[in-house]
Design a protein around this ligand. Structure first.
Ligand SMILES: [Zn+2]
Length: 354
């Protein structure tokens, strides 16, 4: 089969690799029909050391189940499935507590499983999906091709934006600020709107992304994303009070500081941007100011699998549509062009078809 391989910084190739097969009785073999490139794929894309053999990449995909192992009970050949961005068994303590991203038996697509065997990346033609019953979510009804982008967004960005809103305790009537206008920030706007926020201030410097934010429910725009100036503008928009809920959807020191600065006393910050500089970020949590203003800081790696049963029915009903975050669709063979477009910010998020 063909799969996307990262050979080093800026070096993406689509090559022929061995066809995956069932290895464990809990595996499913999935034919990928849609995958996509994540903002978090850009970090290895920009910084990975040279690797002659290349390494698999991609962790968001939709597909059709081709075969299942003897112990798979909930998924059958022919099922259309959504794969969340990590695999998990759904049965361990952490999964049952709602944190499948911390699953004891789980892991990431494109790396080795706990026995050192490759688990395919999502940006390829086929994937061996471990722990299929816990990991994959069946799409329970026929849907047209126009719904595929929205379903694909549930594998990561929509669940992650929703996590930011949940962690920031967005309630009906809330005033919300969303720091970041990438795909996750845009999904954060959509999630806050879905949870009933009355006012959503998007910190969005890019005109095209602001238009999408507005379509997703944003009511106010601040044209600078993360700085003291952005925080001052949010405070001006809220009569100096600040927002009930601040969603940090970038992962930088400045974005976190901005989110903390714009929260009102007693407010909450939900952070879901993958931290890009841990040393800087540790130094950037202003604990004294947070103590004085009784701020809650909550968030982390989104348990996308745990949110799927809540979000999927809304997508199927047509009341939730994160699909427009995909603004470029390319064939898998052109994955390198997709990475370039996202790195150069000419595309928000790229969808790949086989
Ligand atoms: Zn688990």
């Amino acid at each position: 089969m063909r799969a996307t391989l990262l050979h080093g910084a800026g070096d993406i190739r689509v090559s022929t690799v061995p066809d995956p097969t069932l290895r464990d009785p809990t595996d499913a073999l999935v034919r990928v029909t849609h995958s996509c490139i994540c903002g978090s794929d850009l970090w290895p894309y920009k910084s990975a050391p040279e690797a002659a053999e290349g390494r698999r990449i991609g962790h968001e995909f939709l597909g059709v189940v081709e075969a299942v192992g003897s112990e798979v009970a909930k998924i059958a050949p022919g099922d259309r499935v959504i794969a969340p961005f990590m695999y998990s068994d759904g049965t361990c303590t952490h999964c049952r507590n709602g944190w499948p991203t911390s699953c004891i038996a789980g892991g990431f697509w494109g790396g080795d499983d706990k026995f050192g065997r490759l688990v395919d990346g999502g940006q390829g033609e086929y994937v061996r999906a471990p722990l299929a019953d816990g990991t994959l979510v069946r799409v329970p009804q026929e849907t047209g091709p126009e719904l595929a982008p929205a379903l694909l967004a549930l594998s990561d960005v929509m669940g992650t934006g929703h996590h930011a809103a949940v962690m920031a305790r967005v309630r009906p009537g809330a005033t919300v600020a969303v720091v970041g206008d990438g795909a996750v920030g845009l999904c954060g706007v959509l999630a806050a709107h879905r949870l009933g926020a009355a006012r959503i201030i998007a910190l969005s410097p890019h005109d095209d992304r602001w238009r999408l934010a507005e379509q997703f429910g944003a009511t106010d725009r601040v044209e600078v994303r993360d700085s003291a100036e952005a925080a001052a503008q949010v405070r001006d928009l809220t009569a100096g009070i600040g927002v009930d809920s601040a969603l940090e959807c970038v992962g930088s020191r400045q974005a976190l500081e901005t989110a903390i600065a714009v929260a009102r006393p007693g407010g909450a910050i939900g952070y879901v941007g993958a931290p890009q500089d841990l040393v800087e970020l540790r130094a950037s949590v202003p604990l004294r100011a947070m103590f004085e203003r009784n701020l809650t800081l909550s968030g982390g790696l989104a348990p996308a699998r745990a949110y799927l049963p809540d979000l999927l029915p809304d997508v199927l009903a047509g009341s939730l549509d994160p699909g427009p975050v995909f603004d470029l669709t390319l064939p898998l063979a052109s994955a390198a062009d997709g990475y370039r477009a996202m790195a150069e910010r000419t595309a928000v998020k790229v969808l790949l078809t086989p």
